[in-house]
Design a protein around this ligand. Sequence first.
Ligand SMILES: [Zn+2]
Length: 246
Amino acid sequence: MKSPSIGNVLPPLHMSRRSVLLGAATAVSSLGIAARSLLSQEATGSETERAIASALQRLKQGNTRFVQDDLQHQHASRAWRSRLTEAQQPFATLLCCSDSRVPPELVFDQGFGDLFIIRIAGNIIANDVLGSIQYAAHHLHTPLFMVLGHEGCGAVTAAVNALRGAANEPEHIAELVKMITPGLKQLDLSQPRQALIDAAVEANVRWSMRQLLAMPEAQRALKQKRAALIGGVYSLKSGHVRFLEN
Ligand SMILES: [Zn+2]
């Protein structure tokens, strides 16, 4: 599959996506969701909607290349990097786990300047995370936001252990776990352990999404379709990212 040309991805920096930036200058910074419809049909209409659809397509196509062991490693050359020295214009913001087995640029076959990434164990919504996401929305205007969880997440597993009364983590890890457990309360704790952890990983992604969407700015953006928020779960075995469709 062919990636967008450099011209489409990164116009000359001094005039990059001028209309979007001018519009955003007066808009309230934020993110929002329009993901359900965007995942199932081509976006038409505003430039922002097209940017959202394009961003989603780039992530999906990049992950397909990764799964097929067909990485292109684009956007890593010295010439490309020289175009990024004065500004960045990533097309998506990702909240991911710190897990060494889930490097987002490789998982989605993207390069320098493509993704604005926040990595924190358990892809949790801590205050610092909100600040980084707000920065991406307010200053970088990325059209797509994604929360990416992964199979076998240690932080989520620790939260499951805590819910089962088997927690024995040091203080700071315990604090982290406390931020995950509220999103797991609907789970059937009596199900087989592996199924429970798998369900907890997805529930934790949705929990982070719900916390983002609790922000008034996000709700405004949802109405105005200025950005989209999606979730995903990465499979350690296959490398496939399952995009959460609803
Ligand atoms: Zn993890």
